[in-house]
Design a protein around this ligand. Structure first.
Ligand SMILES: C[S@@+](CC[C@H](N)C(=O)[O-])C[C@H]1O[C@@H](n2cnc3c(N)ncnc32)[C@H](O)[C@@H]1O
Length: 307
């Protein structure tokens, strides 16, 4: 696996915030092609790295790339939400989550992430059984609407879901290409820059991989494994995961708990803050990076320091 293509995003600012330390352990929760992991290992001569990825191809590609650092790293094919099962609490100086999918995953037609894919899969971990095809062909009308609204803020959720349900009765969807062009026929572009199936595809990917749940659990796990002064760096590419990260960091930095859904000052439960927000506004790629790597355009980096 030598042709794994992915350009790491916000590499320099991430390294500046993570500050890998000699002799200490950093976790890369989303190893991908190993770009951030390599930079983390290069930054010290004795720092260690524990890397996670749900994708076996990514783990194999990263193992090859990181071979020069043999003895200083370990890679595990698992969800980063499981990191607590692999390291003691308070033992890590930095955790990086570079969310979403790699260019390699997006551009590999047999994975089903891209609009041109010949399959309808979207599993990050191919050992799991539920694919996007299962969801598109088997969810009820209301379930399809729900996932598009919840994960994709899709304003046309009902129109798209109705059309999908009608069409699959005669011909089930078997490829991403078929699904994408069908959605385009239902909701024409009309000058829009993004493909009309973008939100549906994002919703399916989130649902297939339970990505929002993993992120919620992963953020909590990261705070548990970090030592005081350790930093959690999260790079997001989509507004819903950025919002989730921002809200989590704000809640950690507060000096009270909110018992219900709404923050009612009358019922707040005082406690010490657990973290300090280091990036009041998210760090964004500069023009040079966007020009060199247009896929970095929507990246947001947020950093929280554990107290
Ligand atoms: C944007 S890529 C990471 C790229 C990497 N930072 C680099 O420089 O090459 C995201 C990676 O995270 C993995 N991933 C996404 N969600 C995950 C999760 N919950 N647990 C583990 N890996 C995950 C994907 O399989 C993908 O390989």
């Amino acid at each position: 696996m030598t042709n794994f293509s992915h350009q790491s995003v916000l590499l320099c600012p991430t390294l500046d915030w993570l500050q890998p330390k000699e002799g200490h352990l950093t976790i890369d929760g989303t190893v991908g092609g190993g770009g951030h992991s390599e930079a983390i290992l290069k930054a010290t001569t004795s720092g260690r790295l524990l890397g996670f990825d749900r994708d076996g191809d990514a783990i194999n590609a990263a193992a090859e790339r990181l071979r020069p650092f043999s003895g200083r790293y370990q890679l595990i094919r698992a969800d980063f939400a499981e990191m607590e099962h692999h390291v003691p609490s308070g033992s890590v100086t930095g955790v990086l989550l570079d969310l979403g999918i790699s260019s390699h995953q997006l551009d590999t037609p047999t994975r089903g992430f891209g609009f041109e894919s010949e399959v309808l899969d979207m599993r990050l971990d191919t050992r799991e059984t539920v694919t996007a095809a299962h969801l598109v062909n088997e969810l009820s009308l209301e379930e399809l609407i729900d996932i598009m609204r919840r994960h994709g803020d899709e304003p046309e959720a009902r129109r798209i879901a109705r059309a999908v349900v009608r069409r699959r009765q005669s011909i089930p969807f078997q490829s991403a290409r078929d699904l994408a062009s069908f959605v385009e026929s239902v909701c024409p572009r009309r000058g829009r820059k993004s493909h009309p199936a973008t939100r549906l595809f994002q919703s399916l990917r989130y649902e297939v991989n339970r990505e929002p749940e993993s992120l919620q659990r992963g953020l909590k796990a990261a705070m548990n494994v970090l030592q005081p002064g350790g930093r959690l760096c999260v790079i997001t590419f989509e507004s819903s995961t950025d919002r989730l990260t921002r809200d989590f960091m704000r809640a950690e930095a507060r000096d009270y708990d909110v018992p219900g859904e709404v923050d009612d000052p009358m019922v707040r439960i005082p406690r010490a803050p657990r973290g300090r927000i280091m990036t009041r506004k998210p760090v964004l790629p500069d023009e040079t990076e966007i020009k060199a790597n247009p896929r970095s355009r929507s990246a947001h980096l947020r950093v929280l320091e554990k107290l």
